[in-house]
Design a protein around this ligand. Structure first.
Ligand code: TGC
Ligand code: FAD
Length: 393
């Protein structure tokens, strides 16, 4: 049996008992889809640094785009734990596949749902949910990454439209996107959100090449040169940085779950390898040093699962704070990265090849550690929350 067909979920603390039938059904469906549609192709696409664009329809069919947004707009109407579990299963396949769903659902559909007019919702959400449209989210700029409040991309009032100028950097899916949710400052310096459509004059989205991480995901820039964006495309119901930051809260929550999938895939592969690979006359899993690695990996995965589950129950009640989400994103991403590194070691030389998933996950997780707020930015958010002192100002 191929390695990818042998994957088993790992649930050391019987956390499944805390999940509902709906959660388990969602997990089963996405897990099967990842096994049949992602696992057989992902090493190849990652090797070639190409986004498997054909998976967009499948992602839509399994409900990966906006799972917790209302059914009225073609979305899943599920709870936050189902959303998290879907992200976990997708990231078991690849962080780039989870990224595609995070961006579409949490960073494009969510702001249109939360801050858009009913007309905007009806116009865009069903097409984004069905995968007919691909979306991207433009916040980061070449000179403003961790500090998006310093952005210089701007809009100026021009009758029935705004004139948009500036550029965005490191934008997942920008080269292939039909719509971009873009954050820009108005003439008073207030951050506003706009829906920019492909084909608008003066708008381009060149691809960024040369990534050693998230290679099966498409990344690019957004460049605006006097783009006329109709006023009807302004998100009317939010002003200020809290607009994009609340989208990030939603996506960071999904990442806290997602990376557990990458960690489980690495652990699963390392555990099997340790039982099959023989050195010095016995399986390497029989040596204490290998057991230490595996025991610590499953301990950290289990702690991360509990953190994600508890965060999910708070999110279901609308009580998960941005700082709690930061803690979970930071902890779980570093956990997954460390699991990937240890798993890579257990595979010895084979661990650096694409016969096994650890090196690919490890490289991907370097991006996940940085995007949606870097590891250190999240630490400072926790620091601010517990001390009351703001280290950013
Ligand atoms: P600050 O003064 O703290 O906050 C401004 C306003 O925003 C509110 N707020 C939040 N609201 C909702 N959710 C959150 N997480 C929030 N964090 C803050 C805050 O209450 C305030 O509201 P109000 O009403 O008082 O105006 O803002 P600051 O300028 O001091 O910045 C704070 C800081 C550093 C934490 C923030 O800028 C930050 O999080 N920086 C990191 C930037 C970041 O995460 N960028 C991500 C870009 S998108 C991306 O990476 C997508 S990857 C896609 C993929 O998956 O492929
Ligand atoms: P910087 O902000 O320049 O940070 C560099 C280093 O300085 C980091 O280690 C950081 O922690 C540290 N640092 C910064 N400020 C402080 C401080 N106050 N105290 C201590 N240390 C500090 N953005 C989008 O808007 N949309 C997307 O779809 C998107 N997709 C991405 C996809 C990929 C593959 C990547 C790599 C990035 C993506 N990003 C996206 C951008 C991402 O969010 C930023 O890279 C991230 O927020 C960090 O910004 P930066 O790269 O400019 O690093």
């Amino acid at each position: 049996m191929a390695r990818t067909e042998r994957f088993q979920g790992h649930d050391y603390y019987n956390i499944d008992e805390l999940l509902s039938e709906e959660h388990l059904l969602a997990r089963g469906a996405v897990r099967d889809w990842v096994s049949s549609e992602i696992m057989p192709i992902i090493e190849d696409y990652s090797n070639r640094a190409e986004y498997p664009r054909h998976i967009v329809k499948g992602l839509a069919e399994i409900g990966a785009f906006g799972p917790s947004l209302p059914e009225k707009y073609g979305c899943g109407g599920m709870d936050e734990i189902s959303y998290g579990i879907i992200m976990q299963e997708l990231e078991r396949g690849d962080s780039g596949v989870r990224s595609a769903a995070s961006v579409q659902g949490s960073l494009v559909m969510y702001p249109i749902y939360k801050f858009g007019s009913e007309e905007q919702r009806m116009k865009y959400l069903p097409k984004l949910a069905s995968g007919e449209f691909i979306g991207c989210f433009g916040l980061t700029e070449p000179d403003h990454g961790s500090n998006p409040n310093g952005m210089i991309t701007n809009i100026r009032d021009d009758g029935d439209a705004y004139i948009l100028n500036g550029s965005k950097m490191w934008i997942t899916n920008s080269p292939i996107a039909d719509v971009a949710v873009v954050w820009a400052k108005d003439e008073e310096g207030v951050i506003r959100g706009l829906i920019v459509e492909k084909g608008m004059k003066g708008f381009s989205a060149p691809e960024i090449h040369g990534k050693w991480s998230l290679r099966a995901s498409c990344t690019g820039e957004l460049v605006f040169e006097d783009v006329r964006v109709p006023k009807a495309n302004l998100l009317p119901n939010v002003k200020g940085l809290k607009g994009p930051l609340s989208c990030l809260s939603k996506a960071r929550y999904g990442i806290a779950w997602g990376v557990i999938g990458a960690a489980m895939d690495c652990y699963d592969s390392a555990l099997r390898y340790s039982q099959e690979r023989v050195q010095f006359g016995k399986p390497i899993g029989a040596f204490q040093l290998t057991q230490k690695k595996l025991a610590e990996m499953i301990t950290e995965i289990t702690k991360a699962q509990l953190l994600a589950w508890r965060l999910g129950t708070l999110a279901n009640k609308g009580k998960a704070t941005p700082a709690q989400i930061s803690m979970a994103k930071r902890n779980n991403v570093m956990m997954a990265l460390e699991v990937a590194r240890e798993a890579r070691q257990i595979h010895g030389g084979m661990g650096i090849t694409n016969e096994y998933p650890c090196m690919r996950h490890m490289m991907n997780l370097e991006t996940v550690l940085t995007y949606e707020g870097t590891h250190d930015i999240h630490l400072l958010i926790t620091g601010m929350d517990v001390t009351g002192f703001n280290a950013f100002k």
